[in-house]
Write a protein that binds this ligand. Structure first.
Ligand SMILES: [Zn+2]
Length: 205
């Protein structure tokens, strides 16, 4: 059985599905990103899932995936914040047409960790939804798919996912990454590393 076939079977069989998406899922220079998100949606739409993504291009929020099941802790460049952080307000893409802060007239900037003063209020409501969901996975058959997450921000997905898998007796994780699929001792026997670009892997799923 190939890794692809095993993963499809495990998606079918799991009670809870946790997906992490990282650097490999940046949309720039990936022409079929929209169809990849839609493929993912078709595969998991009947599952009790949650997606954590460190990608900040906001493409995932334009897909058919359920927004209530996605958190982007590193932010979303299509959401706008004041570049001087004079306010914690965050605006949707079309709310402020001239891209100037209505409070202090400073230019707006993307609401992401790249901003000089990142306003975290943008993702915190969904983070709360995620931690509540995660607490409900403890004694459940949990499948964790970590797709293309490297070491850029390991405290968001990589390290916490390892911990989640190590404390849940019924968890199993696939770590798929072109060059960083190595696993620590703490998840021995409960995880498999797949050394392949996760986009390519997913296209062939
Ligand atoms: Zn301002």
């Amino acid at each position: 059985m190939t890794d692809q076939e095993r993963i499809l079977g495990e998606i079918e069989a799991c009670e809870k599905l946790l997906i992490g998406m990282g650097e490999e899922w940046k949309s720039e220079s990936v022409p079929d990103m929209k169809s990849l998100y839609e493929k993912l949606d078709r595969l998991i739409k009947d599952k009790d899932y949650f997606i954590v993504t460190t990608v900040t291009d906001g493409e995932i929020f334009k897909s058919t995936l359920e927004k209530s099941r996605i958190v982007a802790p590193c932010g979303n460049v299509t959401w706008r914040q004041c570049s001087k952080s004079c306010t914690k307000d965050i605006w949707e893409p079309d709310e402020i047409l001239n891209d100037i802060c209505p409070h202090c007239n400073a230019p707006l900037t993307g609401n992401t960790i790249e901003a000089e003063n990142y306003i975290e209020e943008g993702y915190l409501p969904q983070w709360k939804a995620y931690t509540t969901w995660l607490a409900g996975t403890l004694n459940k058959r949990l499948l964790v798919l970590e797709l293309g997450v490297g070491f850029k921000t390991p405290t968001v997905i990589r390290w916490p996912f390892e911990k989640t898998v190590s404390i849940n007796k019924k968890a199993y994780m696939y770590r798929i990454h072109e060059s960083l699929s190595q696993l620590p001792e703490t998840v021995k026997g409960k995880a498999a590393g797949v050394s392949e670009n996760s986009l390519e892997f997913f296209r062939n799923l």
